[in-house]
Design a protein around this ligand. Sequence first.
Ligand SMILES: [Mg+2]
Length: 410
Amino acid sequence: MIADRYDAFFLDLDGVVYVGDRQTNGAASALDRLRSMGKDIRFLTNNPTDGSEIVRRLKELGIEAKEEEVVTSGTATARVLADRGIGPVWVLGHGGLRKAMTDAKLSLAEAPPCEAVVVGWDDDVTLGQIRRAALAIRQGALFVATNEDPTYPSSEGILSGVGVVVDALIAGSGTRPLSVGKPWTAMFEQARRTLAPGKRAVMIGDTPYVDVLGAHRAGIDAILMGSAETYPGKLDFRNPDGRIDKLGDLFDDAISMGVWDSPTYPWPESVEPGVAGVVLDESGRVLLMRRSDNGRWGIPSGHVEPGETVQTAVVREIREETGLEVEVEELIGLYSDPVSQVITYPDSRICHFVTSCFLCRVMGGSLITSGPETLDAGFFDPHDLPEPLMSMHPRWLADALAPSGRPFVR
Ligand SMILES: [Mg+2]
């Protein structure tokens, strides 16, 4: 049975332990049985409140829990901020979130100035507060989201969640938040730190893109409870290692776990069209620029903007990045390998690029060797390239110089 495979069980609350004010089918007795087997239990909820409120709520359902077994997006956010030594903090959230902050010895501000704006849930948040918070973020305050769940289920129907206020602040501040709750890894890492070394943990949740994705990002196996859809890609981080209908299924010998192979790349939020250009001069040397964001040498590359063909996009990117006017000669290949084409940006956005790579010839212009995105630039003998290179470019350059004359699809 699945219960034998793990030493620690990380449980989502809403949809797994309870729905509204009722425990799920057999939840209390399944938890008792896990405890009697000596298993560690942790409750991981995106509800941005403090641990004592969750303990009280579980007790009302007949489930005993200790506060140190509870990780909420509120307590996790407080820990992240306390570890960074940040304060004072302006909290757009109700009393439980404020308590989580003061429990972690953070100082609270009732308005800007503040070092961080923390978004949780507050029924009374106003557009005036959102405007002031957006301005504070533009003026340098750290933007922190307890979670980004757009909605949550309730007895009244699907209700708006914290993500609605977070989206308003993203729009107003032009900044993305440091996001703490599932599907990011902070709550899983905090829960794992409370276990003895070597303990095998598994996450049980009812939402693939929150519980399963977050566990897999943190390198933890994940079981999906309920009938939520799965995703077509075999390596999709949102697909679980196992599936159950109720917590009691953990003790059913007929139900087993599958194996989800963890890929080596982070899970991207979006797939985007990209372009890149191998630019040769008349003596066959290749144009490389050293990027200021990661210090690596690479060929010019960028996004396709709305309304552009890939050819006009690559010509524009090369002009903007290097000052050179080029003509597209031919398509070298179309590249989508996630190992090298999933890019994490400094603001934590993660994109998977599908890049059209073209062979180009210089027609005019003059080479700019430094700029906001460029530390250096020049033409190099393809057999004597500078280091370090962007990881995918040796393959692209080899394809560009290969004699086959056929576009590569990788
Ligand atoms: Mg849930």
